[in-house]
Design a protein around this ligand. Structure first.
Ligand SMILES: Cc1cc2nc3c(=O)[nH]c(=O)nc-3n(C[C@H](O)[C@H](O)[C@H](O)COP(=O)(O)O)c2cc1C
Length: 413
């Protein structure tokens, strides 16, 4: 068997193991996927400038992220429906994060619940909150995260409405996936995935099941969720969350320097410069392109985290050279989970750690916390924009493959 040499191998394994309907959900972005492509492309286009004649035998990669220790400057970012890629996926990923020593963030839209993860792990994790129109649900989720010992709340700001992922709508993504005439070949031709899913403790949104009276009927629960994202969400709402959550608060989805300054004024402990991995506003700039301005403005007053496009350890160096204190990963660990469960998440983290370590040595860097600004420099784009030589092109590249599947496929995010 070929060795796994990069996250791109895990991506290819995930592609083979998952039904298209699930892989496309993980891999894709909204609309024409312009922002999705920019994230990776703009990271690739940055070059690293090395310093030689330095002793790099000891390299520090450890950081603190809002007071939690991290073996490398990377947290497992929140992703909905991870438990559809591997049985009890969120619990397996949280165990991997605990074993490796990085923070884990559970999504509101997870299959495993807050309590499932708390029961399976000892290390405090982070909980990501989507604000719902029904405030009593928000209150309850915040209280449950508090009771479960979560050390930080990650409030996602960029989901006033859901970005449209064309592939999911065409594929008829449903939770749990339904066997229809349209998708039966797809699902039945992935028996390894199908059999493994039989071991799942839960089949739907674990955090919301107990909160909603319609929860017994999955279709009604889905409709409730789709109608619940709150477009009226503004600074007053953030103030309200700040009042009811007394631990670390991280605001996710900052793409403008004014919003970063506002986050400081609103009492956040950290921000995540993020465009949601190209799944919300299609046409937004890459998150790496807006990072320097935002970091320059607020990094001495608040922790600045970054996500969007991280696939190698050198991407982490680039983000930190551009002023981030640490990063989060979405797809990289999720490909690992989908390929090999907990071992796959550990594999993704190990690859990123080893690449980071090598990159630091080769660039003459001793401490990830003291990244010189001049380590990163812009270069003209590579010959084939948007395509890493080893990356598979995006499943759709903005074009649909299916011919209609019925359900809305509008799941966050
Ligand atoms: C399949 C998938 C589901 C996601 N679900 C959520 C979510 O529930 N909440 C959230 O704040 N962000 C969500 N995100 C966005 C990620 O937290 C993160 O911002 C993004 O994936 C980073 O880009 P990357 O995938 O290139 O690393 C999701 C991303 C993916 C790929």
């Amino acid at each position: 068997m070929n060795p796994i040499t990069s996250v791109y191998d895990l991506e290819a394994m995930a592609r083979r193991r998952l039904p298209h309907v699930i892989f496309d959900y993980v891999h894709g972005g909204s609309g024409r996927e312009l922002t999705l492509q920019r994230n990776e492309h703009d990271l690739c286009a940055l070059a690293l400038r090395q310093h030689d004649m330095r002793d790099v035998s000891h390299r520090n990669m450890k950081v603190q992220m809002v007071g939690d220790s991290a073996e490398i400057p990377l947290a497992i970012g929140p992703t909905g429906l991870a438990g559809l890629t591997w049985a009890n996926g969120e619990v397996e990923a949280a165990k991997a994060a605990e074993q490796f020593g990085v923070p884990y963030c559970l999504s509101t839209m997870s299959i495993c619940s807050i309590e499932d993860v708390a029961e399976a792990t000892d290390r405090p994790f982070w909980f990501q909150l989507y604000l719902m129109k029904e405030h009593k649900v928000n209150e309850s989720l915040v209280r449950r995260a508090h009771d479960a010992g979560c050390s930080a709340l990650v409030l996602t700001l960029d989901l006033h409405v859901q970005g449209k992922r064309w592939a999911d709508a065409k594929n008829g993504l449903a939770v749990p996936p339904r066997l229809t005439l349209h998708n039966s070949m797809d699902i039945l031709s992935h028996p390894r995935w199908l059999l493994s899913m039989a071991k799942s403790r839960r089949r739907t949104f674990g955090n919301l099941q107990g909160e909603v009276k319609q929860a017994k009927h999955l279709k009604a629960l889905t409709q409730w969720i789709e109608a619940q994202f709150d477009p009226s969400f503004d600074t007053e709402t953030v103030k309200w969350v700040r009042r009811i959550w007394d631990r670390k608060l991280i605001l996710k989805g900052i793409m403008h320097v004014d919003d970063a300054r506002l986050a400081v004024d609103l009492g956040a402990d950290a921000i995540i410069v993020s465009n949601h991995g190209g799944r919300q506003l299609d046409g937004a700039p890459s998150s790496i392109s807006v990072l320097p301005e935002i970091a320059d403005a607020v990094r001495h007053r608040i922790e600045v985290f970054f996500d969007g496009g991280i696939r190698t350890g050198s991407d982490i160096v680039k983000a930190m050279g551009y002023g981030a204190h640490a990063c989060l990963s979405g797809r990289a660990w999720l490909y690992g989970l989908a390929a090999q469960g907990k071992d796959g998440v550990l594999c993704a983290l190990t690859l990123l750690r080893d690449e980071l370590s090598d990159c630091m040595a080769l660039a003459g860097l001793q401490d990830v916390c003291e990244m010189p600004e001049d380590v990163v420099t812009a270069q003209p784009p590579l010959a084939a924009p948007g395509h890493h030589p080893f990356a598979q092109p995006s499943a759709y590249g903005g074009r649909s493959r299916g011919d209609g599947g019925g359900a809305t496929g509008a799941y966050p995010t």
